[in-house]
Write a protein that binds this ligand. Structure first.
Ligand code: ATP
Ligand code: MG
Length: 281
């Protein structure tokens, strides 16, 4: 396939949130710094939001890669779970044996675990991805969970990660107490034109592109940026398609014309790839 043709060691535009490929745009770098500061300053709650495909999970994975040795981390994805189920997943991910336990027993087990961690001078972090799916009731229970503390320190840090709807949830009047505990929300923004170019070049380089094996022209970057509205996942989908077209046409130069061809391939009126869910706010 095109991997060998261009001499890549691996595919440059996979759509999995692999932190090895993390391009530290100013927005992604700020997010990583905000998360690190919030967790190590023991702020209790932190929240990260961003549009679909902007790189939230990739940033979280990069954070976990960096700090998994100094923190106990539970990383769970929220669907519309009741709290008890979420608590079960959190406990399991922390390595607790909670099979068959009820909510009170799980809370007791978790509390014991947190105190053991505290005695070892280790912090515990719960990351909830897709947190825009949480209900108000579950958010409120999470707030209670974050109340577990010793006289001098919070025992548990909670990181909420989600699409912009998460901000609406946090701003809900019924969650005023929770909101007060979040020291500002970190929003990961969209890449601008130049960042799109750097992003593409970075991913090509990490994938093992060597000089001359493939070259994107300036107008190619313009077209990609316009199509993808600065969203990395859309950039990946488009670039993957375009590299395939380049391979079929035996072209190592990717120009605007090839990009437009890729966009035509991907988009049909019934199936727009960039479904314009981007609300620039
Ligand atoms: N800064 C970045 N550097 C490299 N790749 C990135 C970056 N940001 C996003 N990506 C890539 O874009 C794709 C989507 O990223 P990711 O899954 O992290 O987005 P998300 O914000 O979590 O999306 P969703 O809202 O759907 O959960 C992945 O393939 C990821 O590797
Ligand atoms: Mg995600």
């Amino acid at each position: 396939m095109y991997k060998e043709y261009y001499g890549f060691k691996e595919l440059p535009f996979n759509v999995i949130p692999d932190p090895k490929f993390l391009y530290r745009s100013p927005g992604h770098r700020d997010a990583l710094a905000y998360i690190t500061y919030g967790i190590f300053q023991k702020k209790g709650f932190i929240a990260v939001t961003g549009e679909v495909g902007v790189g939230k999970t990739t940033v979280i994975n990069a954070f976990i890669d960096l700090f998994h040795k100094s923190l106990a981390i539970a990383f769970v994805f929220s669907t519309k779970f009741p709290f008890e189920q979420l608590l079960y997943l959190i406990c399991k991910d922390l390595g607790l044996d909670v099979e068959g336990m009820n909510k009170a027993q799980m809370l007791l087990g978790l509390n014991e675990f947190l105190i053991q961690q505290y005695e070892k001078n280790m912090s515990t972090l719960v990351i909830i991805d897709e947190a825009q799916n949480l209900s108000i009731d579950v958010m409120e229970e999470l707030r209670m969970l974050s109340n577990l503390e010793t006289r001098d320190r919070k025992l548990l840090q909670i990181m909420l990660v989600g699409q912009p709807e998460l901000e609406d949830l946090i701003n809900d009047n019924d969650l005023r107490q929770l909101k007060q505990r979040i020291p500002g929300i970190c929003r990961i923004g969209l890449l601008n034109r130049d960042e799109v170019e750097s992003y593409v070049k970075y991913r090509l380089q990490v994938a093992g592109a060597i000089n001359g094996s493939v070259k994107f022209t300036e107008d190619a970057y313009d077209e990609i940026s316009h199509f993808a509205s600065g969203i990395p996942r859309l950039i990946n989908i488009l670039c993957d398609r375009v590299l395939l077209i380049g391979y079929v046409k035996d072209s190592r130069i990717i120009d605007g014309r090839l990009i437009r061809e890729g966009i035509r391939d991907l988009e049909t009126p019934e199936n727009p790839v960039n479904d314009r869910r981007v609300r620039l706010r």
